[in-house]
Design a protein around this ligand. Structure first.
Ligand code: NA7
Length: 545
């Protein structure tokens, strides 16, 4: 029932706003800023007790961005980019959180942000042409535009392992890490999960724990990040070159300032290939996978060469051959899962206080009061760290009871997998916009670049509606279907679907297996969105005031 109970505010009684934004990470903060600058009344609701989204919640040891600081940031204000000083090649979580707090203050966003407030439902009232948005404090607001900035990786996933409630120690999910930290010094710590998060956290936890046991289900490929302090000279060069850097980030496939080589890994000599791989390994970060050769994520033979290279590095670094063998990825192409980058990940397994347990061959059976029991025996632990990932792309949206025309629930509409037009809108949900939604480049790109693109497109679209005296915009089912087919087709040209990853929802039991991000490239996608706007929004139905 989409109706309103006697205790809940009705559409008529609720305060009215032009727009509601859900979330205050990179996306929500900028959306709020843009709409407010355009003269709209807006409120942003934030479940956390501070702004920052991902960077508010993910405070686990070693949390750091995998994109470089000078392009993992906003470009919309040249004053902001000139005044902010990044300290490292890859910013760590506290620094990004400080940056986002600075943005909230600098643009005076806080008066329109309501913290500690979870949006519980958003129902479209067709007669009124408005959304009624309810929050967990029992209040409601009525708005014309409902915009989700909830993040692609914000619904933390703790595996359903029997016995967790009875564990006598402490346990934490990395994506819900306590703000006052967790004292791991001298403790027996278990980390479950070796995705990007586990791979960042494991070397740092190993430094303070008495003993660290890593529970690995699937070995992962990782490449050194080569983090380093940002020198004043580098800082100056970047600031002088920002217009060009930004131009490139808007045009490239991944929203990064560097291009991709036009060479195939299969067309060069063995020596040239090894030199390029070595250079990628030495420079660190995503160069090895995404810029040295054009086809590592498109051609399995090319990919196998890079995978073999990284496997040879693992064998070289890890001294115990049995441990090295367990760490060798075997079941997916390199880069087909979100590629981690690390600081001393493989080296950490050479420490005396670190052991690796393969829970694929001997699965976790239960959590006992004393630790984790696998098929091989019990591991006694004081702290369990779940680096087990997220219900990605749709998980945070699913937590909100969103209903469009005729009371259609978004959750029901998407039961077989999300359907969107351009990843920004979905049919039957007029005036609802998704920032970096399923079907947009989002997680396959440098997020702030994609976020800015979406926010600007949405703000321009709302400006268009207002200046043309239009009441609503809604994606057509045909455009949505065609876009879905296109997203699928493009994914099929890549190796991404060959891995059981969260890109496909494979990490969530029962979730339909659908490749959700758009793999056609952020630059191309931007062009397509711009064309749609320039042509008066084909693929959308626009209705009068
Ligand atoms: P990921 O990439 O989803 O990794 C989660 C890890 O947890 C992965 O190694 C999983 O193994 C493992 N996992 C999940 N459930 C279990 C159970 N029940 N038992 C054992 N192991 C388990 O999440 P991350 O947080 O690392 O990364 C997510 C993104 O966040 C990241 O890419 C950044 O963009 C930020 P599996 O591979 O499924 O066998």
């Amino acid at each position: 029932m989409a109706g309103t109970s006697a205790h809940e505010p009705s559409q008529e009684a609720a305060p009215t706003l032009d727009a509601v934004v859900v979330g205050t990470g990179f996306a929500g903060l900028y959306m709020l800023h843009r709409l407010r600058t355009a003269g709209l009344s807006v409120r942003a609701f934030e479940a956390g007790d501070g702004v920052g989204g991902t960077w508010h919640w993910n405070r686990y040891p070693g949390a750091r961005c995998d994109s470089e600081s000078y392009y993992y940031c906003y470009s919309f204000s040249s004053e902001l980019e000139q005044e902010w000083e990044w300290t490292c090649r890859y910013p760590e979580q506290p620094e990004i959180l400080r940056y986002l707090n600075h943005v909230a203050d600098r643009f005076d966003l806080r008066p329109d942000i309501q913290l500690d407030t979870t949006v519980t439902s958003a129902h479209y009232d067709e007669a009124a042409g408005r959304w009624l948005v309810r929050t967990d404090d029992g209040a409601a607001v009525s708005c014309t535009y409902f915009i989700t900035a909830v993040g692609c990786l914000s619904a933390a996933q703790v595996p359903d392992i029997p016995g967790l409630d009875g564990f006598a120690g402490r346990w934490h999910h990395t994506g819900r890490w306590p703000q006052d930290g967790v004292d791991l010094a001298g403790k027996r710590v278990g980390v479950v999960g070796t995705g990007s998060t586990g791979i960042q956290a494991i070397p740092v936890i190993a430094e303070s724990a008495a003993h660290l046991t890593v529970f690995q289900r699937t070995p992962n490929f990782s490449v050194p990040a080569r983090n380093a302090p940002m020198s004043p000279q580098r800082q100056r060069e970047i600031k002088e070159n920002y217009p060009e850097i930004r131009r490139r980030t808007r045009e490239t496939f991944g929203g990064f300032p560097y291009g991709v080589s036009d060479r195939s890994a299969l067309e060069v000599s063995e020596q040239e290939r090894q030199e390029e791989f070595e250079a990628g390994w030495r420079d660190g970060g995503h160069r090895l996978l995404f810029s040295g050769f054009r086809d590592l994520i498109l051609d399995k033979d090319a990919n196998d060469l890079a995978a073999d290279f990284v496997r040879s590095k693992i064998r070289e670094i890890v001294r115990d051959p049995a441990t090295a063998e367990k760490l060798l990825p075997f079941d997916h192409p390199i880069g087909a899962k979100r590629p981690p980058i690390d600081t001393d990940y493989y080296e950490t397994y050479n420490r005396d206080n670190v052991s690796l347990v393969d829970v694929r061959s001997s699965p976790i059976e239960e959590i006992t009061p004393r630790g984790i029991r696998t098929a091989d025996g019990e591991y006694e632990l004081d702290v369990i760290v779940f680096a087990t990932g997220f219900d990605a792309m749709t998980g945070a949206l699913d937590k909100i009871d969103i209903r469009g025309r005729d009371g259609l629930r978004l959750r029901d509409k998407w039961a077989a997998g999300p359907a969107t037009y351009l990843g920004v809108a979905t049919s039957s949900f007029p005036n609802m916009f998704l920032i970096t939604g399923p079907g947009s480049p989002s997680v396959l790109s440098n997020m702030p670049v994609s976020i800015e693109q979406h926010v600007e497109w949405i703000a321009d679209c709302i400006g268009y509606l207002r200046s043309h005296d239009l009441g609503a915009i809604e994606a057509t089912t045909q455009a949505e279907q065609e876009w879905g087919e296109h997203v699928n087709r493009v994914a099929g040209y890549t190796l991404f679907p060959l891995a059981d990853s969260w890109y496909l929802g494979a990490n969530i039991p029962g979730k339909p297996r659908v490749f959700t991000p758009y793999a056609g490239g952020a630059g191309k996608y931007r062009k397509r969105c711009d064309e749609v706007a320039a042509q008066g929004y084909p693929g959308f139905t626009l209705t009068g005031a």
